[in-house]
Design a protein around this ligand. Structure first.
Ligand code: ATP
Ligand code: MG
Length: 442
């Protein structure tokens, strides 16, 4: 049979065990921050009915027009792998009656998204997002709080030099006037626009401001600015947001070019951008979407949120030389010699695991030298060799792999007690505790 070399699909990534600590670091940072801000975790399906995304993300957006992975299952329903988390989350909040349980509803998620894009650094076909949604408030304090959560994650990750850009794209009323002005401006340059933007001109001219082609970006530089078209309510809301951000010590820059790629946004839009990972520098993007819930449920209900690309977050941390939390290695490794010793070692390993110790035992049947080499490779803190003489005396030495010190322990129920005491003393010795913090008289 031919040797079939199957590779992972283009634009996807494997995270091998030796790299998982980076993901675990970032996931615990986002979960802890979200919890501190009062958001509760939600899980939603990986695929939804295609119409959910068409209606919410918008049928003139890149995501819906060319980036969705859709399948027709047996029968006639059309499904799509989620290209983002907001639509499914809002669908779930509506479907599970959470919008009747008092406001604000604050939820977060960590999930994979799928977009058929041209893969490059920081742009994948399957990527991961941390996202949060806050539902049931139109107060600019909510916008400030959501932005503060994103900022707190960026700070906890230790990132430097990430810029926060904010803008307001107004409500449908301001938007109508702004669209008219944009159309007039871009019509005068229509011949120079890329084909996609020519199409956008009539259907959704604001999308042109988001175009990544250099020529369109250049033309967009002199386009009318949305902030000049805001109605009183939208302007006051935007001023309110700035007032709270300033009070909370969050630096921002107003950037009228930020319009976001999805159709459901209203009023506040924002992005956190880094210059450390090349062209795909938007680490986090979000905003308010006051019309989305009405579109999906018929019930008016303001809401807002953001999505943060975890690959981009990790890439920025790597490029800034930030250290990720290392994971604990093995506490103890048993190296038995012979069948009887193997039985004893398996019993002790299981006993320690039941006590919450990370314990391993040879399961390959290798000689002692190879076992010790393996113990070294997995970075175990202690090793225990069990051979005939240990079985006979009923005792074995627990060897500290760091200092070489050995402590004798009985090969029965008493083993755990000795081992746990050793582990604790080792942990205390490792910890550089400044004793003076306990001195209350200071
Ligand atoms: P971009 O302008 O970079 O295409 P977007 O506006 O399409 O981003 P959103 O839909 O707002 O992005 O998604 C929120 C975040 O998810 C982005 O800021 C980014 O960090 C991340 N993200 C979006 N698309 C990708 C992708 N294809 N690969 C990796 N991360 C992505
Ligand atoms: Mg995109």
């Amino acid at each position: 049979m031919a040797n079939l070399k199957i590779q992972r699909p283009k634009g996807t990534q494997d995270v091998v065990p030796s790299q998982m600590y980076k993901w675990n670091t970032v996931e615990s940072i986002v979960k802890e921050a979200a919890t501190n801000y009062g958001f509760r975790e939600i899980r939603i399906p990986t695929f939804e009915e295609t119409s959910l995304f068409v209606r919410s993300v918008g049928d003139t957006t890149d995501v819906v027009q060319k980036e969705m992975y859709s399948v027709t299952a047996t029968g006639d329903s059309q499904f799509t792998l989620r290209p983002e988390g907001t639509a499914g989350t809002i669908r779930a909040l509506i479907e599970n009656g959470l919008l009747n349980e008092g406001f604000p509803q604050k939820v977060f998620y960590v999930l994979s998204c799928f977009r058929h894009e041209k893969p490059q650094a920081g742009r994948l076909r399957e990527f991961h997002q941390f996202g949060c949604e806050m539902v049931g408030t139109k107060d600019p304090r909510a916008d400030a709080e959501v932005i503060a959560l994103a900022k707190s994650i960026i700070d906890s990750a230790g990132l430097k030099g990430i810029k926060l850009y904010i803008n307001s794209i107004g409500c449908p009323e301001c938007r109508a006037k702004y669209h008219a002005a944009l159309k007039e401006y871009f019509r005068s340059k229509e011949d120079e626009l890329c084909d996609t933007c020519k199409d956008r001109l009539e259907r959704n001219p604001m999308r042109i401001l988001d175009c990544k082609s250099p020529i369109c970006s250049e033309i967009a530089k002199d386009a009318p600015i949305v902030l000049d078209y805001l109605c009183d309510e939208c302007r006051e809301h935007f001023e309110g947001l700035q007032k709270y951000l300033t009070a909370m010590g969050i630096e921002y820059e107003i950037n009228s070019r930020i319009v976001r790629g999805l159709d459901y946004y209203t009023k506040t839009v924002f992005e956190f951008v880094t210059t450390d990972i090349g062209a795909q520098g938007t680490v986090c993007g979000g905003g308010r979407y006051d019309g989305l819930i009405e579109t999906l449920s018929g019930k008016e209900c303001p809401a807002l949120g953001f999505g943060m690309g975890l690959e981009r977050l990790i890439l920025t941390m790597e490029n800034q030389g930030i250290e990720f939390a290392k994971e604990d290695s093995c506490d103890v490794y048993f190296a038995p010699m012979g069948e009887a010793a193997a039985i004893k070692a398996m019993q002790l390993t299981e006993q320690l695991r039941a006590d919450g110790v990370s314990a391993q035992c040879d399961v390959v049947g290798r000689g002692l030298k190879a076992q010790m080499k393996y113990a070294d490779k997995i970075g175990t803190k202690f090793t225990v060799v069990i051979g005939d003489s240990e079985l006979e005396s009923g005792k074995a030495n627990i060897k500290d792999m760091n200092s070489g010190e050995q402590v004798e322990a009985p090969l029965d129920e008493g083993f755990s007690k000795v081992f746990n005491a050793l582990l604790i003393s080792r942990m205390l010795a490792d910890d550089d505790i400044d004793e003076s913090i306990f001195d209350l008289n200071q």
